[in-house]
Design a protein. Sequence first.
Length: 309
Amino acid sequence: MSGSLYQIRMMINWRKIYYAFPVQLVILQFRNHFLFLVIWLIILGSISGDIGSKFGVSYLFLTPEYMGKVTALNYFMVGLAYGAFLFAWNLSIYLLSAYRFPFLATMERPFLKFCINNSLLPLVMLLYYSYKIVRFFQGHISIWVSLFYVLSLMGGIAAFVFAIIGYFRWTNKDIFSFLKSKKSSPDMSPPIIGGQRLNKTDFYRIQKRSWRVDRFINEKFKWRLVRGIGHYDIKILMKVFRQNHINVLIVQLVTILLLMVLGLKMENKYFRIPTAASLLILGSVLISMIGAVGFWFKRWTVIVWIVIL
């Protein structure tokens, strides 16, 4: 009897892990966004030296140069570029797959919650990158200097992340904003909401395309249970995602324009940022283009890419 209870408890615990939002997002990468994972693997291979070792590609990431020197500022700039790449990746996945998690539209700051729960892969990559930097300089410079380089890298990432979060905080709308505009109560706990409700057909269609998620991590890094969406207004849910998508496309456009400006100003030595930063920005533009084409053309994506290439 005790053995059966133990098996039941283990099964319940495994289900809690499997249906946690971070785990479901990792599974989503492998099932639906494998091309994005390939780009991550290229960066990982470049840092480790498994890709382009004959050309010294790993040195571009481990000892980034700017103005002919290797300083903490260089790592800060690479950190900014890593932050841009990270958010291009998050933005594209949110653009393409947010509809699979309709509970996001019922929350405050849905994109921020999405990014927090989608941070497992970037954190693993960042830890590995930091380890490689410290390991590379071991025995050549003080451990404190190499750690300062790592902190500068993380500082660049943090600066970009906070800037983007600030932008989305002021421009992204959540369901509470739309409800206030309709002069409805912001308290979402009662099932009574003005406007068109989810009929059985709408609800079935959303549920059919959605992925099961039982728990997610909030902004305070605490686990919270996911609430049902059956009593929410379908039009408002769609408005939330639609408005968020517009902001995503704006940020993607700005990223592409930034790379174009850097390319046009290459004659100026001050615009010759570390090559590692340029590669990361190029990767972010590539991911943004993949996300935008996939969002606009959907089933025609492959044909569109064949025409473009």
